[in-house]
Design a protein around this ligand. Sequence first.
Ligand SMILES: C[S@@+](CC[C@H](N)C(=O)[O-])C[C@H]1O[C@@H](n2cnc3c(N)ncnc32)[C@H](O)[C@@H]1O
Length: 230
Amino acid sequence: MSRASLDKDPRDVAAMFDDVASGYDRANSVMTFGFDRRWRITTGRVLNAQRGERVLDLAAGTGVSTVEFSQAGAWCVAADFSLGMLRSGKRRQVPMVAADALRLPFADESFDAVTIAFGLRNFVDTKAALTEIARVVKPGGRLVVCEVSTPPFAPIRLVHEKVLMRALTWLGKRQSSNPEAYSYLAESMAAWPDQHQLGEIIAAAGWEDVEWLNLTFGVVAVHRATKPTR
Ligand SMILES: C[S@@+](CC[C@H](N)C(=O)[O-])C[C@H]1O[C@@H](n2cnc3c(N)ncnc32)[C@H](O)[C@@H]1O
């Protein structure tokens, strides 16, 4: 059994996801009380991938999000550096590539959009990954990030921090083949920037028109940004 620490060593992160891969989809649905599906659908709407577009679903895990984002007919590839997660989703009819977000095996300007659902928080260097992602997106292309966030309304934020996060961790530990991974989950969620701060990090990496949408009272947020055309 392995878990990553908050220094997010890529080998530890990949090994941790390899460990949880077989039960990941089920544990994810249980511990989000089924909200994961709604968040994916909304992320897909924000992405708005059209037929003929090329979309990179980065940190795609088992590819459950990739299937959702392909719905309108875009060509969508799942990329992840955990072979265990990719293997666990191999029944899904989407192309899958083993890839590290910090060194993407794709040509410059080869995608219309890149999306990351619950992956960005696990990257060892957020800004470097956002810069590398910009390299593979065409000028004017889109970035869509779905990630845990901070409820802006104080009473909900308190309940989220004191009750929900603990309940989620407890549920995750009961559901998972690697209970320790869910301690990392709670720690990485607590240390993650809020909506405004993440927006600033995305802009600092060279993206423009950064905006976000709060989902489920801001427990999760979807950030959208555009690669400058010049
Ligand atoms: C919480 S899972 C999310 C999976 C999927 N996007 C979803 O919404 O269910 C996070 C994923 O990020 C992947 N990941 C973390 N760091 C990565 C990196 N540097 N490059 C590629 N994938 C990475 C992990 O292997 C894991 O599959």
